[in-house]
Design a protein around this ligand. Structure first.
Ligand code: APR
Ligand code: MG
Ligand code: MG
Length: 196
């Protein structure tokens, strides 16, 4: 099988693959940076144990649990809150062949997006830094994605120039575009700038 997208049903029918589910939790916000730059949306990512940025979630075992129940279980470990995620929140599934030097089985990553209220996102941040069992171990901390561009060119472009796990960076960029969280022109500028 070549790398690329597949439907949820195709993904579940693939034998001998590991499955991982991750979610982008986000909300709208009216708050402003320095009292003048609209923050617009809060998008949660995390600094992982390996120093890479990624979305909360992890490995699930479809023979023992549904993808969504497995994702909720991972979220309770990583965020300290069991956030329900449903099939309607599923965005895509992606096949990523293991490198030829790796002995681990191929991986299928399932990506979800869930919109919440700002107060719920803040509650997740509080729990992730206090009651979450993975805090300080598998998860070093939650981070918000800056969606604006500052005068000096900082903000989204700088954020995108960090290192991300797997295809987390494209999952983020695709979501920003699909959900219209950043204007396409601004996103394009940030992407161009981040590649320099
Ligand atoms: N896109 C593609 N792959 C991803 C993404 C992503 N956005 N996010 C994570 N992965 C990969 C990781 O490289 C990992 O191999 O999915 C797999 C599982 O995701 P994790 O969130 O890391 O899994 P989790 O179950 O939370 O933690 C288990 O413990 O034994 C270690 O290295 C192992 O990462 C694994 C962790
Ligand atoms: Mg985990
Ligand atoms: Mg994880």
């Amino acid at each position: 099988m070549a790398s690329g997208q597949l439907s949820r049903a195709e993904a579940l029918a693939s034998s001998g693959c590991r499955h991982a589910c991750h979610v982008m939790l986000y909300s709208d916000t009216k708050t402003q940076l320095f009292g003048r730059i609209p923050i617009k949306h809060i998008i949660l990512m995390q600094m992982r144990f390996d120093g890479l940025l990624g979305f909360p979630g992890g490995l699930v075992n479809p023979s023992k649990e549904t993808l969504e129940a497995g994702l909720s279980r991972e979220l309770s470990e990583e965020l300290g809150v069991a956030i329900p995620v449903s099939i309607e929140d599923h965005v895509d599934s992606c096949y990523a062949p293991a490198s030829s030097s790796s002995s681990s089985p191929h991986l299928i990553t399932h990506f979800y997006v869930k919109k919440m209220e700002e107060e719920q996102i803040r509650e997740v941040e509080r729990a992730a830094a206090s009651t979450a069992t993975d805090h300080g171990q598998e998860v070093l901390g939650m981070v918000r994605v800056p969606l604006y561009t500052t005068k000096g060119g900082g903000g989204l472009a700088c954020f995108l120039s960090h290192s991300f796990i797997g295809n987390a960076r494209s999952q983020l960029v695709d979501s920003l575009l699909r959900l219209n969280l950043v204007a396409p022109k601004e996103l394009h500028k940030a992407l161009t700038h981040s590649l320099k």
